[in-house]
Design a protein around this ligand. Structure first.
Ligand SMILES: [Zn+2]
Length: 121
């Protein structure tokens, strides 16, 4: 149980703060969304993790589900004008996408790191 709790807090820290999955000391990002080639502290090579567009796909999926749920809920319950819907949901879509892009990318980087580590053992 302790091991599970310890791993969860480590994973939470890596995903939320965007830290290196190997040493948990240095950030994996050069700026908001671009990942570094390798870790500055432990020299873990991130360029070997081929994430592709998986993080972008999941951001679009998650944001789409949340925003469409919100749009349908407000439409069926309050029936606001189209302009009001646009004023609420367009900035909400942009903001939510920017907020979850980095943690989702960190999560995929962490999962790629764990897959690579389990294949080495
Ligand atoms: Zn590192």
């Amino acid at each position: 149980m302790y091991l599970l709790k310890s791993n969860f807090s480590r994973l939470f820290k890596i995903v939320i703060l965007g830290l290196c999955p190997n040493c948990v000391n240095s950030s994996t990002f050069t700026n908001l969304f671009i990942t570094k080639k390798k870790c500055e502290k432990c020299s873990e090579n991130y360029s070997g993790y081929h994430l592709g567009d998986a993080d972008t796909f999941f951001v679009i999926l998650i944001v789409g589900i949340i925003i469409m749920g919100g749009v349908l809920y407000t439409e069926f319950n309050y029936k606001p004008d189209l302009v009001i819907q646009l004023i609420i949901w367009v900035p909400m879509t942009i903001l939510l996408s920017l907020l979850i892009k980095r943690p989702v990318k960190s999560l995929f980087l962490y999962s790629a790191y764990e897959i690579k580590r389990s294949n080495e053992v």
